[in-house]
Design a protein around this ligand. Structure first.
Ligand SMILES: [Fe+2]
Ligand SMILES: [Fe+2]
Length: 191
């Protein structure tokens, strides 16, 4: 279903497997940021009452994921700590248009792409990690992230006709692939 995003390069998995602790800490940060992004959109969307339920539900689910990753870290004796973040999300959002409602549409679609990329990476981890417990954990997150992708696309489609949303999603997906190709080789979910 997420075939519109450029596939991850084959060297990503071997690179992150070597520094899995770093990736798990990054994953916790990503879930926290995903919750924060949804909450900040809740504030932006005060004038769209029908957006409040899906965004608050999504924020709540991201916090559940955050706590689940914190649980994995605690079980493995890995400290949650500050980390140099991947510049991925910031660069992705630079493509957002600067007038409304196009800006909000683009922010929803950038969030949709981040969810799609997370989903793709979780699948790679679920299929490729030798650690069976972690592989199982990532398989369990796939459905939620794919659904979050759909929630954000549906929100964008409340603001603009769906064919326009689909066309813009394709444009932003090309930008996302470009951004990803320029990422530093840090052990992060989005590099
Ligand atoms: Fe999540
Ligand atoms: Fe998500």
């Amino acid at each position: 279903m997420l075939g519109f995003i450029a596939p991850t390069r084959p060297d990503w998995l071997p690179r992150v497997v070597r520094q899995l602790d770093e990736v798990l800490v990054d994953h916790a940060h990503c879930e926290k940021k995903a919750a924060g992004a949804a909450v900040s959109l809740l504030f932006r969307c005060a004038g769209y009452p029908s957006f409040l339920e899906p965004l608050s539900q999504l924020a709540g689910e991201e916090l559940v994921h955050f706590r689940a990753v914190l649980g994995i870290l605690a079980k493995r004796g890995i400290a949650f700590r500050r980390q140099r973040p991947s510049p991925y999300a910031g660069r992705l959002l630079r493509a957002a248009r600067n007038f409304e409602p196009a800006r909000l549409v683009d922010e929803f679609l950038c969030c949709a792409l981040i969810e799609a990329r997370s989903c793709e990476r979780f699948r790679i981890l679920a299929d490729g990690l030798p650690d069976r417990e972690l592989a199982h954990f990532y398989r369990g997150l796939l459905a939620a992230e794919a659904r979050h992708h759909g929630v954000y696309v549906d929100l964008a489609a409340e603001l603009m006709p769906r064919p326009e949303v689909r066309a813009r999603l394709r444009e932003l997906a090309e930008h996302e692939a470009q951004v990803l190709s320029e990422m530093p080789t840090l052990p992060r979910l989005h590099t």
